[in-house]
Design a protein around this ligand. Structure first.
Ligand code: AMP
Ligand code: MG
Length: 504
């Protein structure tokens, strides 16, 4: 023992550190925008007689951040729960506004997320659920265990699927109690992304008539994330119109991926739209079980504004809000309209491309749209399980056995007719290459509500193994994972009774 350290029993705690060092180099990022954009503050420690605990963690994200191999120390556990500071950081909460359910909601902001800082590797690290901020309004600044596990697993599931998303390093849990519909326990998600800037950040400064702040924000985003917009010859060299077009295109590409994989976001408010085209703010999301285009996954969404088949149009509506916010910088309504127009060509082309890949088709053909529409119609008519259908169809292409996929339909004649056109189309495509493409475009594992629910219930009882098991499957969802078929089966009957609302 060295003279400077005391054994645990003499200090009275396991952790003698009052500051944690993640071993990361932190650089000025969002903070360079200045105090109009945020409030500096420290996370509020979770008050509980018992120390926080690890609920789940991603070694993949740890590696991307450049954390050392033994990063999960007690001090880091305390720091990522908001209980002690992280060396080298000046935490802050950012201000934004937004449209919620189609209605201007005014100022919102990071009500429970606190940005620790940006790493030299260009990743921002944020603690979600780390206490109240000046933007908390009526909220308590906390996040409950169940929604934190859902966000953690879905972030990593989306990444595993190849879909742009904010990431999650870990969830730490605590016995601190929080009130929702019932009393629950608090957790913190450590989120990671190149930037957490939302459409709502732009709307905020536009709505307040702060044009110089709006310009500073747009310049920051262009310089850091969309440098090509500076050099554009499009729109008469208007960098802000080019930014709007680039964001529209990324958003279109993202929505194409959501629709192709059957992902329902549930709360596509403009404050939940990433300026980088990332999936952000996992709340009442759902991967479709049976294919129902009108599915509403958010129990609070009584009008179905964010139903599955509305998502592409809602994204466009949200981009329109962004366009309005950027208008003072673009300076010409016609340019803004022209910049937005790309969405209407990029989305259908990207969606068709994704669906073609799901069908194992390596090059386009004019009959593809009919093939895609035909199969979606069949799936919708009987609400066939979306993920299982596509995975079985992949196997069918590989081994020629159509029975398992045919078994999914009551309307056998309808399916057989479609399958014939599928085989005819594949007569022109090399089979092995197509089967590989299909397998890599049709996941075996998605984060179905009931799977998340089972992991959450176990975790609430102190067993975190279900979270780790799901994470391992969802990180590589296109692999077979022998022995894990139970996670790739049909949802149980009770799955349809799970109600997920905005309460988190
Ligand atoms: P969401 O619908 O989760 O994206 O949240 C919308 C707004 O409400 C954001 O400004 C959040 O920061 C804020 N918010 C949500 N839950 C809480 C909470 N428990 N405490 C403080 N703010 C919250
Ligand atoms: Mg949000």
């Amino acid at each position: 023992m060295t003279p400077t350290s005391l054994p645990a029993d003499e200090t009275g705690t396991e952790t003698s550190a009052d500051i944690a060092d993640l071993g990361l180099a932190w650089v000025p990022g969002f903070s360079t925008l200045g105090p109009r954009f945020f409030t500096e503050l420290r996370p509020t420690p979770l008050s509980s007689p018992t120390p926080p605990y690890w609920v789940g963690h991603s070694e993949r994200v740890a590696r991307e951040l450049g954390l050392p191999a033994d990063w999960r120390t007690d001090a880091v556990l305390e720091a990522l729960s908001g209980n002690i500071p992280v060396a080298g950081t000046t935490p802050l909460a950012t201000v934004y506004s937004g449209h919620q359910f189609g209605v201007w909601a005014g100022q919102l902001g990071d009500g429970r997320a606190i940005l620790l800082g940006e790493t030299a590797g260009g990743l921002e690290v944020q603690l979600k659920g780390a206490g109240r901020t000046p933007y908390s309004r009526m909220g308590d600044g906390r996040a409950v265990l169940r929604s934190s596990i859902r966000e953690f697993l879905c972030s990593e599931a989306m990444h595993g699927l190849g879909i742009p998303t904010t990431r999650a390093l870990c969830v730490t849990g605590s016995d601190a109690r929080v009130r929702r519909e019932e009393i629950e326990t608090a957790a913190v998600v450590t989120r990671v992304a190149p930037s957490f800037i939302r459409f709502g950040h732009f709307e905020h400064f536009a709505a307040n008539g702060q044009e110089d702040a709006l310009r500073a924000l747009a310049d920051y985003v262009i310089d850091r994330y969309y440098p090509a917009c500076r050099a554009t010859e499009r729109f008469g060299g208007n960098a802000y119109a080019a930014l709007l077009e680039a964001v529209s295109e990324r958003t279109a590409a993202l929505l194409a991926q959501w629709q192709a994989v059957g992902f329902c976001h549930g709360v596509m408010n403009t404050d939940n739209m990433s300026i980088l085209g990332l999936t952000i703010d996992y709340g009442p999301f759902q991967f479709l079980d049976g294919f129902d285009p009108r599915h509403i996954c958010n129990h609070s969404d009584t009008s179905g504004r964010y139903a599955f088949n509305q998502q592409p149009n809602v994204a466009y509506w949200n981009l329109f809000c962004l366009a309005q916010a950027l208008l003072p910088l673009i300076g010409d309504e016609e340019l803004a309209v022209a910049a937005l127009a790309s969405y209407k060509t990029v989305f259908p082309a990207a969606f068709e491309g994704r669906m073609r890949a799901k069908l194992g088709l390596t090059s386009p053909d004019e009959g593809d749209r009919a093939l895609i529409e035909g199969v979606l119609k069949l799936l919708a008519a009987e609400k066939v399980d979306y993920t299982i259908f596509w995975r079985r169809l992949s196997h069918c292409l590989a081994d020629g056995n159509a029975e398992p996929v045919r078994d999914l339909f009551l309307d056998r004649a309808g399916f057989d007719a479609w399958l014939l056109s599928f085989w005819e189309r594949h007569a022109q495509v090399p089979r092995a290459e197509a089967a590989d493409k299909m397998r890599l475009s049709n996941p075996k594992f998605v984060l179905r509500n009931h799977l998340g629910q089972q992991a959450i219930e176990a975790a609430a009882g102190g067993d975190f193994s279900g979270v780790a098991t799901l994470l391992a499957l969802l990180e590589t969802p296109f692999e077979e994972h022998p022995g894990a078929d139970a996670y790739a089966g049909f949802p149980p009957d009770w799955a349809s009774t799970i109600e997920i609302s905005c309460s988190s």
